[in-house]
Design a protein. Structure first.
Length: 141
């Protein structure tokens, strides 16, 4: 379950309640919200979601200005040594997923790119291929 940082008055309490209920806890940040103020919350998270469009409706264009934040978030996650998934949501297509993976994202929300495709299964396969290729180039195992 993911909550938006901008909409939560008590994110730590909420994240702990989510985990206590047996679910994974995620925190979402809007494109203009800096990640650094939330670095101390990383141990409370299972996932950090960086919005790559303004929340509200599907089909928006990807905001490249979020990529440096994805890189910074990946640095913070690695530096803290916590097993936090880094997810991006918004405008994820076969043209943008590689940049997201290269920047450090390891989970991707692709709505219109999949459900607007003639062959959704083929679209998912291609998205995975491009993400895997970019991730392999960004940080080989």
């Amino acid at each position: 379950m993911t909550i938006h940082a901008e909409a939560s008055a008590a994110p730590v309490r909420t994240l702990r309640a989510i985990r206590a209920a047996g679910a994974r806890a995620g925190l979402a940040l809007n494109p203009a919200t800096a990640v650094e103020p939330y670095a101390d919350l990383l141990p409370e998270l299972d996932m950090l979601l960086l919005m790559t469009v303004e929340p509200g409706f599907g089909g928006q264009h990807f905001l490249d200005l979020v990529l440096p934040k994805v890189r910074r978030a990946r640095e913070l996650v690695r530096g803290r040594g916590v097993p936090v998934w880094l997810q991006v949501d918004g405008g994820v297509t076969d043209e943008t997923i590689g940049r997201c993976a290269e920047a450090g994202a390891d989970m991707f929300v692709a709505g219109s790119a999949v459900f607007g495709a003639t062959d959704p299964a083929a679209a998912v396969t291609e998205l995975r291929r491009r993400a895997d290729l970019a991730a392999g180039q960004a940080w080989p195992d």
